[in-house]
Design a protein around this ligand. Sequence first.
Ligand code: PMP
Length: 304
Amino acid sequence: ALSEASTIWLDGALVPWQAAQTHVLTHGLHYGTGVLEGTRVFATADGPAVFRLPEHLRRLDRSARMLRMELPYSVDELTKATVDLVRANGHRDCYLRHFAFLGYGSMGLDMRFSPTTTAIASWHWQPQLPAEGGGIRVKTSSWRRNDANAVPPAAKATGPYLNSVLARREATDAGYDEALLLGPDGSVSECTGENVFAVRDGVLRTPPASAGALEGITQDTVLELARGLGVPVRVEGLLRSDLYAADEVFVGGTAAGVVPVRSLDDRELPAAPGPLTARLREAYEAAVSGADPRYRHWLTPVDR
Ligand code: PMP
């Protein structure tokens, strides 16, 4: 639910929700010239805390550089703005959307003549994938992930999300929960808003960024948690048949969390959630809530 009573941080000021408007001739609306982040604030014993904020803001900065956009605010300034916003809105927990886009100024494709607008919004969001029946049903998409030489999938940019939107719509129209996207070379890339993981014989595997996957912060978190559990991990190319033959498959992303896959292309996985998936879900829960002291450095407290 969008929190219409709350404020939005817009170019350096906290403004009422309804005042955060933009012109219809905004460059980013026409050409997808924008970058974004999705980050979560969790309730901890010490109050609300932002999970892996520096990593999200550094990725925003990298995405902007890939697009040749100049972010008008530094990572430090955006950190302070984030804390101010969460505090002002009094959230215990929430989803955060950081974004920057080319605004009103010029309608040409030449991006040099449009100013950049930067904003941060927060709202309450339920987990974005259903988890009834033990896990989600996934279908391999007829759409391929963006080719790195068309639009870089490593940039979390607004325009390229059309790829995810098309794939998600195809999957839900066909009665599935989520789509699996293959990269231009046909190997497994990722889902529309989550990285994908496979477990076989106790080894956890996930495709690298070179497969067209976003450098997911949840992916990095899951790999670190798995290492902490003594589980061997490998970041390597996977074929769809590696997923069909896996003991467990799950997906991970900020909005979704860690979510088991029940079936892929109508092939039921042996277990959903599988035993390692269940342990990683618990470890993830303990990390984001601050319950596990080993991972408290991932939390930026808001009330201090
Ligand atoms: N892949 C895509 C395409 C995504 O949109 C997301 C969500 N940002 C992810 C992976 C997962 O990334 P993260 O764990 O950083 O949210």
